[in-house]
Write a protein that binds this ligand. Structure first.
Ligand SMILES: [Zn+2]
Ligand SMILES: [Zn+2]
Length: 471
């Protein structure tokens, strides 16, 4: 099955779907409220309830997570499980009934590993979960599956055809993991033996089922291989518990891998669960703000600029000083060439941006100048901050235009020396115009003889004198 992505952010996996709109959304477009974590979010376009896609598109492929499966089986419960098998192999009397009981408990535990991993769980189930009263019949069902498998292989031996024998043996081995997965999911023998149900597991994974199968095959052989290597020299009394321990450990690794494969292909298998912590949610204010930003973006990308403006206007009523909301609103108005409205909003937005993010304010001012060539902010400090940001961006002329006649426009502004020192630098360093720079410095000296900035004025004067001498 192909992955689907957010319609508006092609790099983000889709987690929600709107059927009427036929749109997929990622978490990027559908923020969730921490106050109502279980509420189904609504479509930004039609307001209908969205269908959850789970982690079908966002789950990491199982072959990228192999080390995690080995680590999964190192948690206390799986280790205790392996140790239990090991101890049993040493001390348990050889009563058949006792061994059957042990195997049925073990089967139940391994099946609960598959089940929990298939739901995206990262913690192994506790051993206690294998000891409660339900579900022992799983072992018998699994036994039936293995009996049928062996029976088939045994039957074809009689046909005296090597090709047929290998074909059947291989296909039985190939199908068994899918049967076990089906049994863990549905708990019924009917589903585990139904070719159609088993087929959906294989079809869901496609050729990647072969990767899973290869890994499982290697893991299945691993305990045998280790035991074989140790077998020369070690007595049986040591070898048996080691073999049982390894068998327990590798079984959990295999089951965790099978379970995760189900989790990864949940979409194709027809169910939807999220990874633990996979759906971020936000406190109410942040949530409302993110939702408004996301909805405005979706609507703009759908060409619905009017409703986008409406959404942002409402959000700004709630949070008038949110920089991001104001920025989006400004960009949208500017993009729409809504001259009057944009200039009106700038009176609020520009001081805010000058305070919180002068570089952003510089961009807004350049936009404002395109709408009105002689646009000037109505606040001295805003002029100074934005001018500095513009000069830093080498937009020296635009920056200087904000500082022109600042003392005349704002006679009460206490930072005239600082602003004019900035202007003198702009003239001298940005434009190479030494004369106006000298004039500004002279003005600072004459009008503000007490200014603590006179030291810097002197430094700049010295630099200008050197530049003038060279010219
Ligand atoms: Zn998105
Ligand atoms: Zn919709």
């Amino acid at each position: 099955m192909d992955k689907t992505y957010c319609r508006y952010h092609p790099a983000q996996p889709a987690t929600w779907h709107c059927r009427p709109c036929e749109r997929d959304f990622g978490n990027c477009c559908i923020p969730l409220s921490a106050e109502e974590p279980d509420a189904t979010p609504t479509c930004p376009l039609c307001r209908g309830k969205l269908a959850f896609l789970g982690a079908a598109n966002s789950a990491q492929p199982f072959w990228d997570r192999i080390p995690q499966f080995f680590r999964y089986a190192l948690q206390p419960a799986p280790l205790a499980f392996a140790a239990l098998l090991s101890l049993a192999s040493l001390f348990m009397p050889s009563w058949k009934l006792l061994w059957l009981a042990l195997f049925s408990v073990a089967t139940k535990y391994l099946q609960s590993v598959i089940e929990s991993a298939s739901l995206g769980g990262r913690d192994a189930p506790t051993l206690g979960s294998a000891l409660d009263s339900e579900g022992y019949s799983l072992f018998w069902r699994l036994l039936v599956i293995f009996f049928i498998a062996f029976g088939l292989i045994w039957l074809v031996q009689d046909f005296d055809s090597e090709a047929l024998f290998w074909a059947v043996t291989l296909s039985v081995q190939l199908v068994i993991p899918a049967c076990i997965i089906r049994l863990a999911l549905d708990k019924t023998l009917g589903a585990a033996l139904n070719p159609e149900d088993v087929g959906t597991v294989i079809k869901a994974m496609g050729w990647r089922y072969l990767i899973l199968w290869a890994f499982l095959f290697i893991l299945w052989q691993s305990p045998d291989a280790v035991v074989y290597m140790l077998s020369s020299g070690l007595p049986r009394v040591v070898l048996m518990p080691i073999a049982a321990l390894l068998f327990g450990y590798f079984s959990v690794v295999m089951c965790a891998m099978m379970g995760y494969a189900v989790f990864q292909y949940q979409g194709a298998l027809g169910y939807a669960v999220a990874e633990e912590g996979g759906l971020p949610s936000y406190p109410l204010d942040d949530y409302l703000r993110r939702r408004a930003l996301a909805e405005a973006e979706v609507r703009v990308k759908e060409g619905q600029t009017g409703p986008a403006l409406e959404v942002l206007t409402q959000a700004l009523e709630r949070a008038p000083n949110d920089l991001k909301l104001n920025e989006r609103f400004h960009q949208l108005l500017f993009g729409l060439n809504a001259r009057e409205r944009c200039l009106r909003h700038l009176a609020h937005y520009l001081p805010l941006a000058a305070r919180l993010n002068p570089a952003q304010a510089a961009t807004a001012l350049l936009n404002a100048r395109q709408l009105q060539a002689d646009y000037l902010p109505e606040d001295a400090q805003v002029c100074e901050r934005v001018a500095q940001a513009l000069i830093e961006r080498h937009k020296t002329r635009e920056g200087l235009s904000l500082l022109r006649n600042l003392h005349g426009r704002f006679p009460d502004y206490p930072h005239i020396p600082r602003a004019y020192l900035l202007a003198a630098r702009g003239f001298a360093e940005g434009l190479g115009q030494l004369e106006p720079a000298q004039k500004l410095l002279g003005y600072i000296r004459a009008r503000y003889p007490q200014s603590p900035l006179l030291g810097e004025v002197g430094n700049l004067e010295a630099i200008i004198a050197r530049l003038a001498a060279r010219a």
